[in-house]
Design a protein around this ligand. Structure first.
Ligand code: GDP
Ligand code: CA
Length: 338
């Protein structure tokens, strides 16, 4: 019996994606497109079989509101209201409130909050104050637009990532990333409270019921890392009957769009498709991956990665637009024979 969901009369696979913000949302748009094609239906039809588990390690409190940068990146991208030029926030946003906050000396002068974006944060914070959990808030926010995916935070616990520096001091990940542009050498990343955190409702169940789990080409350290650090998620990946297929965020020995190489260096992982695959590990060797997609530029590493016990597939890894992201998603699904 197939575990695929029957949607619009056609069987489409149940897919779970583990995702961070920018790489995660580009990839999610591609997966949604690929699933919609299979269903022969408009994007919203894929929601029944497509779950995105989103990193919440970037979350923070600022000026009294709760920010969830990666969650919002996914929400805005799937809704089609994201600013594609800038790469974050809402299209056509303005900064009136931000200027007023800065005039008050409130918040962080180097961290811009758009007016529309602040509307999201105020709505979220209000509902949290009323007692909703972060996953209940996200469920409510997901009703506004036809997303074609179910978004789940990795956990409902607050486990904001801290960056530990060489002098023993630490700061919130967003301060290190946005203010210091990752220029202060980190020695470690911490997520206080994560040992006691639980996966958000539905996360473990979705992984268990999936036909394939895809690890997006997101930052392995501060996007995928926090998801895997939530107790229970790694076990769910190890025991699911689904194939676990990862997509390399490293192309030709470089991370694209971002500063993930600094994060990899800090945890002692080389910036290469091979080293990131080894970091996730082969499922047959107590790791996570059944298969790993690498770029044509890294094709010569395929034999090394296969020797780790991970099936290696060379695919076009650049996500420039929906068609190229969908082609990558198709390659990932094909790798899982779906
Ligand atoms: P963040 O949370 O906004 O930092 O975004 P993610 O963690 O989801 O993604 C950041 C990572 O995505 C970067 O480290 C890049 O290596 C990777 N990335 C961005 N664009 C592409 C792309 O077109 N192809 C691939 N394979 N990886 C990409
Ligand atoms: Ca992020």
């Amino acid at each position: 019996m197939s575990r695929s969901a029957a949607v619009g009369g056609a069987a489409i696979p149940r897919v779970v994606v583990l995702a961070g913000g920018v790489g995660g949302s580009r990839f999610a748009l591609g997966v949604r497109e690929a699933l919609s094609r299979r269903a022969g239906a408009a994007a919203p039809e894929s929601a029944a079989s497509f779950t995105v588990v989103v990193n919440t390690g970037d979350d923070l409190w600022l000026s009294g509101v709760r920010l969830q940068p990666d969650v919002d990146s996914l929400l805005y991208a799937l809704a089609g209201v994201n600013d594609t030029e800038r790469g974050w926030g809402r299209a056509g946003d303005t900064e009136r409130v931000n200027r007023e906050l800065q005039a008050w000396g409130a918040g962080w002068p180097w961290f811009t909050l758009g007016d529309l974006d602040l509307g999201t944060h105020l709505a979220r914070t209000g509902w949290l104050r009323e007692g909703l959990t972060p996953s209940q808030v996200l469920e409510r926010m997901s009703r506004r637009w036809p997303l074609g995916a179910r978004l789940l935070p990795m956990t409902d616990a607050e486990v904001d990532t801290q960056v530990v520096l060489g002098d023993g001091t630490s700061m919130h990940f967003q301060e290190w990333w946005t203010r210091h542009r990752a220029a202060l050498t980190p020695v470690w990343f911490e997520a206080p409270g994560i040992a006691a955190a639980r996966p958000a409702p539905g996360v473990v169940e979705a992984i268990a019921a999936a036909d394939v789990v895809l690890i997006a080409p997101s930052n392995p350290v501060v996007s995928v890392g926090p998801i895997l650090a939530v107790p229970g998620i790694r076990d769910a990946l190890r025991t699911t009957g689904a194939a676990v297929v990862g997509v390399s965020p490293v192309i030709g020995g470089r991370v694209v769009r971002g500063m993930a190489d600094v994060c990899l260096t800090a945890i002692g992982v080389e910036t290469s498709a091979t080293a990131v695959a080894a970091h996730y590990g082969a499922r047959s060797e107590a790791g996570l991956l059944d298969a790993w997609l690498i770029a044509e530029e890294d094709a010569e590493s395929a034999a090394d990665i296969s020797r780790l016990g991970i099936r290696t597939v060379v695919a076009p890894l650049w996500m420039r637009d929906i068609p190229s992201s969908a082609a990558l998603a198709e390659a990932a699904l094909a790798t899982a024979q779906l």
